[in-house]
Design a protein around this ligand. Sequence first.
Ligand code: C2O
Ligand code: CU
Length: 482
Amino acid sequence: LASGSLLLPISCQSRSYAKDAGSPQVRPFTQQLRIPPVLSPVRSDDTTDYYEVTMRRATVEILPGLKTEIWGYNGIAPGPTIKQRRDRQSVVRFINNSVGTPTSVHLHGMASLPQYDGYAEDFTNPGQYKDYIYPNNRPATLWYHDHALHNTARNVYMGLAGLYLVYDDLELGLPLPKNEYDVPLVIQDKQFSSRGSLIFDDQGEKSQMGDVILVNGVPWPNMKVANRKYRFRILNGSASRSYNLSLSTSEPFTIIGTDAGLVGAPVQVSNFRIGMAERYEVIIDFSKYKVGTKIVVHNDHPDNNIEYDGTDRIMQFEVVRTESDPSSIPPNLRDYQPIAESLAVRTREFRYERSNGLWVINGKTWDIQRFDANPQLGDVEIWRIFNNSGGWFHPIHIHLIDMQLLDRDGKPPFAYERGWKDVFYVGENESLRVIGRFGPNTGAYMSHCHNTVHEDHDMMNQFMVGTGGPDPITTAPAQPLP
Ligand code: C2O
Ligand code: CU
């Protein structure tokens, strides 16, 4: 195909990651972006909103004219968005109806109370449900997704992922774009058979790569925008692919948020890298474009072990109307203080490696009997994360706490990474230092690579905060459906 052809994916399928003939071709930018629906509570009281989400299989049309089975929260992928006010508690009943496999739901970015937190072995079997309790202690763009032992990659890939947004008055009081101008974008790559079914193939426990880019479940969508500023909450919900995003017009992104909420001050960048499970919030200003202008979000692969195909483009914005823009980007977004290194009471080292065909941390695979760290409640620690796995990058996720990136190979982090984060992109042969304060809960929490294929096999370990806490498996076992 000539370059610039509108038919994607380009047929370069003989590479190591695509054994299949390639997904059926889709004309990009022909379907309109959809926004996942916001879930309404089933009831509310003075302190708490109660939600219900049913995990089930559903058949949907993703590629034109073809039927695709997904496993979705409420039968849709991404699942419904839960939007919650800060400091109001939410109780979410996750019902395993017809996905036909044990599940465990993790709210990525906030610990559940009591302790269960979507633990890998804390299964909700088909025919069971579990109530998860979330405190919503700070505004942020979070996501909930499956975390079942050894099957997380497949379960999330089949659709079990959704957004969870916490907001508060302080943030709502800022003049940032709001409501329909505040748009979530969940980016995921998928591979389809010629008949439209999702192909899950982890290439021998290495990576699940797709050649079709979905944004909010739509292949290479178009989004109609007004010529004004928009806030986008971008989540990389892919199994194994990271992205390096830029705009075809060279318009900059203004980064206003990271994994755990707004940054201290906005940062302008021409492009940024987003690993699996990372979130970046950006403002794009379309005000200088005439009606009719089309702006494509490009992806330059940051990883040298990943091949180009149709994934070099993500989506398109089409300016369709003029509008006045009351929004602005304040120079200070929140009070953000770097944690002083001198507060750290110890430094720990975690080596993410490939060893004898296994994905290991400090030479070991996942074992629920073993704890690799035991910070005391309130301790500030520095974790040094090494990646010596030869040609792979690993986005490392530490449950429970928000941390800050001190340095990468001794050099300052990228400007856009300076914020509270729960996932850190560790490129090949890199060493990162991250700092955080352990709390507010005691007990057992997991830490792992968020290439979910690596996580499943078995690049995951756990730490214990304090001297104990509720057991993540037995505290609140799943209940049978009435
Ligand atoms: Cu987003 Cu332990 O996971
Ligand atoms: Cu990894």
